[in-house]
Design a protein around this ligand. Structure first.
Ligand code: KIV
Ligand code: NA
Length: 264
C-alpha cells in the first residue's frame, strides 16, 4: 500500500490485523514514524502540553495546531494524518464543527479529523462525513472534558459500560471511520471492538482493540516523571539528549569543540 486510507484500516480489522498510531507534531518525527511503518499519525491537541508548554490540552487553539498539522502532512508518504480538533472548536454546533474541520483539511493538509465525544457528537460527525471529511471519534476518557468528568478516571466501569457501548454505536452510526477508546476496562473495550464494524483504537483500553495509540514523547521517554499506567516506555530519549547536551556544553567550555576537523 502506498498511502494508508481510512478503508485500509477497516480492511485490516476484517482480516484481524492490528495497526499502530502515534502522535507527531513536526517534520522529523513524522518522517521517522512513517518510515517505521506506523499506519496513523495524530497531530494531537496534546501538542498543547507536549510542544507548546501548557499543562493541559484545553488552551490550545486551531491557529496553533494548523502549522503543526501542515508540517506532519507534508512529511509523510504513507501514514494517514489525523488533525485533532481542539476544545471549543466544534462542540457549539455541527456548522462550527464542519468549518473547523475543513480548515484542518485545507490549511493543515490533514486526511481526516478527530473529535471527542459519543452520542452528543453524532450531529457533528454526520455533518462532517456528509461534507466529505472522514471523522475519527474519541470516547471513554476524553481529556478536553477533564473538568466535566472530574479528573483522569477510567470510564465505562460497571453500569457505565452500557453507556460507552451506546457512544461507540452512535459514532459508528453517524459515519465515523474509527473510534479511539481511552482509559476503558480491557474487557469492555474487547466487547465493543467485537461489536463494531469500524476499527477501535485503544489508549489504556487493553490489547483487544484493533489499533493502539500513544503520545510519542511518553512512549519513547522524552517526557519522564509520573506517567499513566497505560504508557509503556520503549526508549529513554530524555537521558540520551541530556547526556549529549551536557557533553556539548563541557566541550564548548573546555575548548575541545570545535576541533580542527570542524574548522575551515
Ligand atoms: O491528543 C492526543 O494525543 C490524543 C491521543 C493520545 C488519543 O488525543
Ligand atoms: Na487529543
Amino acid at each position: 500500500i502506498r498511502r494508508i486510507r481510512t478503508h485500509h484500516l477497516r480492511e485490516m480489522k476484517q482480516r484481524g490485523e492490528r495497526f499502530s498510531m502515534l502522535t507527531s507534531y513536526d517534520q522529523l518525527t513524522a518522517q521517522v514514524f512513517d518510515e517505521a511503518g506506523i499506519e496513523v499519525l495524530l497531530v494531537g491537541d496534546s501538542a498543547s502540553n507536549n510542544v507548546l508548554g501548557n499543562s493541559t490540552s484545553i488552551p490550545v487553539t486551531v491557529d496553533e495546531l494548523l502549522p503543526l498539522t501542515r508540517a506532519v502532512s507534508r512529511s509523510v508518504s504513507r501514514a494517514l494524518v489525523v488533525g485533532d480538533l481542539p476544545f471549543g472548536s466544534y462542540q457549539a454546533s455541527p456548522e462550527q464543527g464542519y468549518l473547523t474541520a475543513a480548515r484542518f483539511m485545507k490549511e493543515g493538509g490533514a486526511h481526516c479529523v478527530k473529535l471527542e465525544g459519543g452520542v452528543e457528537m453524532a450531529p457533528q460527525i454526520e455533518r462532517m462525513t456528509r461534507g466529505g471529511i472522514p471523522v475519527m471519534a474519541h470516547i471513554g476518557f476524553t481529556p478536553q472534558s477533564e473538568h466535566a468528568l472530574g479528573g483522569y478516571r477510567v470510564q465505562g466501569r460497571g453500569d457505565a459500560a452500557e453507556r460507552l457501548l451506546r457512544d461507540a454505536e452512535a459514532v459508528q452510526e453517524a459515519g465515523a471511520f474509527a473510534v479511539v477508546m481511552e482509559m476503558v476496562p480491557g474487557d469492555v473495550a474487547a466487547q465493543i471492538t467485537a461489536k463494531l464494524e469500524i476499527p477501535t483504537i485503544g489508549i489504556g483500553a487493553g490489547n483487544q482493540c484493533d489499533g493502539q495509540v500513544l503520545v510519542w514523547q511518553d512512549a519513547f521517554g522524552l517526557r519522564t516523571g509520573k506517567m499513566p499506567r497505560f504508557v509503556k516506555q520503549y526508549a529513554d530519549l530524555r537521558s540520551t539528549l541530556l547526556d549529549a547536551a551536557r557533553t556539548y556544553d563541557s566541550e564548548v567550555k573546555s575548548g575541545a569543540f570545535p576541533g580542527p576537523e570542524h574548522t575551515f
